[in-house]
Design a protein around this ligand. Structure first.
Ligand code: O2Y
Ligand code: MN
Length: 649
């Protein structure tokens, strides 16, 4: 056997240990209610027969396929949480982080550390329901389609007997406050106790959800960490099957099936899979919006408060903005959510938003007492850390925490469980904290309001080192849709490209569309209706650089100054001038009081005709390549008007 590899036999031994622990702690004759039927699992924790017929049917069908040895119906209780954490610690999967109360570190298999976009599919009978028609020879970049037949083959091939010797956990969860008219319910079946614990943080999970669900339908989520074809687990503490990882979504039946990865977006199925991909398909059918947006409250010194949603691509600082500490006196930020917004116009025509999540699954590296002191406070208890480094005095460490940890006094164990060499990454760049939102010191008092919070403004943004002003406001709703559809941001193109490129990421949803992006544009356009108060829409760019590569805008808490300008626009103040790209700040209208090095506002608000003509060429080429004939007429008209405005400028 090669060094560091274990046979299935070995992992079964660990499984047996796991089982024996579970039996000791959990099995009770009263809860093991089998109604005379032979089931494919031998042992049940929880009241199976108390579940609705639809849930029992889902479990039985899945268990027939996966053949788990135990079934564990999670109730979401504190005791259950403690037992599962104990199981992970005793098995060596989780390590307590003594410095923080009830917090743990888990290290994954290094081959399973991020979402895998290339293995994520939407399944519909007709391909173009899922993805747009692309130009021949162009690599499609707006999602992957799979046929129902191929999905069935993929599922059978991977899931048959995949849970033999394992426990199938049943997780009833609500996306959105339990019982809210904006919330939706899912049931996830998984063989990962780590996923069960994380879902308890990221969603409202447990018995109360079952009560609200009654006999109604739900989103069916099936997840298995998998076993490689060879039967050999690289690391039995983190079983996975990277080669055969697949994440499937079937909007027609509201089904999500995920195999091979225990990590984040691949396994916490309430998040990207449900709240965005399946969510966006439900939203289209029902006439609302499921978006990759933070939601925040912003209050000025006059005690006027507004809520806004902001869509930035992954890794553009959404969590930092959602928890921003304002640099200006008298302003206040309160956080409703850091990643996803479900928004619906109410009967009075006001756009209301809920955060469907219950926790933050934030990127750890770069988070520190300067960039996000609120997040640093939030994670001090009840947090599961994944792939961060640990310190010899019982704490955690990652890149960006150099000032917070005495590196001379402590030794660091890196994310691969080796003594840190101070050369390579101590924490994986995609390492995470998974922490309850309710612990956030600036959580908004209305964050769990069942009807949601009223949205006055929507922000689109990205990392644009060149050309794009600090802030501008869209002219009207159709123009706003074009601004969202044209979003671009600097990002690492792909693992094989070292440099950064300006990538298209429309609405920050490129990896998360649940259906054809062209139809998504039409859906956004259709939101504007008589009697509705449309939110004002802005584009922001904190990331402009000067000729020396230095950021031109101070960012972080100083973004208060931009939010203040946005609020004044929403209040109808005359603080903007019209340009072909939209409304930019009038000279002197952004408050720069107290800034030691006043930024070059002329440059930061300038609209460079040549730059935007080139940008428009890029956008038209992108639409032409990626949407071809699917591009809606409204967008064609909008592009035409935009070119005319630019030509005359
Ligand atoms: O890599 C993953 O599995 C997580 S991705 C993620 C997690 C939290 C919030 N946003 C994202 C994202 O990629 O947008
Ligand atoms: Mn995200």
């Amino acid at each position: 056997m090669p060094d560091g590899k274990y046979s299935v036999q070995h992992s079964v031994t660990i499984q047996e240990k796991r089982n024996s622990l579970k039996y000791k702690v959990l099995t009770s004759a009263e809860t093991n209610v089998l109604s005379g039927k032979t089931r494919s699992f031998e042992d049940i924790k929880g009241n199976f027969d108390g579940l609705s017929a639809k849930i029992r049917n889902f479990i039985e069908k899945s268990a027939d396929l996966c053949k788990p040895s135990q079934l564990y119906i999670c109730d979401g209780s504190e005791e259950e949480n403690t037992q599962l954490l104990q199981l992970l610690v005793e098995n060596g999967v989780a390590k307590p982080i003594d410095k923080y109360q009830n917090s743990y570190l888990v290290r994954t298999n290094p081959a399973d550390t991020a979402r895998v976009e290339s293995k994520t599919f939407i399944c519909t009978p007709d391909k173009y329901t899922s993805v747009p028609r692309t130009k021949s020879g162009v690599t499609p970049s707006l999602g992957n389609w799979i046929s129902p037949e191929d999905m069935e083959i993929a599922v059978k091939e991977r899931f048959t007997n995949c849970m033999v010797g394992r426990t199938m956990y049943v997780l009833p969860f609500s996306m959105g406050p339990v019982g809210s008219p904006l919330a939706k319910i899912g049931i996830q079946l998984t063989d990962s106790p780590y996923v069960a614990l994380s879902m308890r943080i990221m969603t409202r999970m447990g018995a109360e959800v079952l009560k609200v669900l009654g006999d109604d339908d739900f989103v069916r989520c099936l997840h298995c960490v998998g076993t490689p074809k060879s039967g050999v687990h690289e690391n039995p503490l983190w079983p996975c099957d990277p080669e055969r990882t697949i994440i499937l979504h079937k909007p027609e039946t509201n089904e999500i099936v995920s195999y091979g990865s225990g990590y984040g977006g691949n396994s916490l199925l309430g998040k990207k899979c449900f709240a965005l991909r399946i969510g966006s398909t439900i939203a289209k059918k029902e006439g609302w919006l499921a978006e990759h947006m933070l939601i925040m409250g912003f209050t000025n010194p006059k005690n006027e408060k507004m809520y806004l949603g902001a869509a930035f691509p992954s890794a553009c600082g959404k969590t930092n903005l959602a928890m921003m500490t304002p640099s200006l006196k008298g302003y206040k930020v309160e956080c409703v959510g850091d990643d996803i917004a479900w928004m619906r116009f109410d009967k009075d025509g006001i756009l209301k938003a809920v955060n469907p999540e219950n926790g933050f699954f934030g990127v750890a590296p770069g988070t520190n007492s300067k960039s996000n002191p609120i997040a640093m406070e939030t994670i001090k208890k009840n947090t599961i850390f994944t792939n961060v480094a640990s310190t010899s005095n019982g704490g955690v460490f990652w890149e960006g925490m150099e000032e917070e940890v005495d590196l001379k006094e402590t030794t660091i164990t890196d994310w691969k469980n080796k003594e840190w060499d101070h050369q390579s990454n101590a924490a994986h760049p995609n390492s995470r904290f998974c922490t309850p939102a309710a612990q956030c010191p600036i959580i908004d008092p209305s964050w769990e309001s069942p009807e949601g919070v009223p949205i006055s403004a929507i922000l689109f943004g990205g990392r644009r080192p060149e050309g794009v002003p600090l802030v501008y406001e869209a002219r009207d709703w159709k123009h706003a849709v074009l601004v969202g559809a044209s979003m671009r941001s600097e990002a690492t193109a792909a693992a094989e490209h070292k440099g950064k490129m300006i990538m298209h990421d429309p609405f920050a949803m490129r990896p998360f569309f649940g259906y054809n992006f062209a139809h998504y544009i039409e859906h956004w356009v259709s939101m504007e209706k008589e009697g509705r108060k449309m939110p004002r829409v802005f584009h922001v760019n904190w990331f402009r650089k000067d000729a020396n590569g230095k950021f031109m805008w101070p960012g972080f808490g100083e973004n208060t100054r931009v939010l203040d300008w946005i609020m004044r626009r929403c209040n109808g103040e005359d603080v903007a001038v019209e340009t072909p790209i939209g409304w930019v700040p009038k000279p002197g209208s952004i408050n720069l009081e107290g800034l030691e090095n006043p930024p070059n506002m002329e440059e930061l608000t300038k609209v460079d005709k040549e730059f935007f003509l080139k940008e428009l060429d890029q956008i038209e080429k992108y639409f032409d390549d990626q949407l071809t004939t699917d591009l809606p007429e409204t967008m064609k008209d909008e592009l035409k008007r935009y070119r005319e405005r630019l030509s005359k400028y």
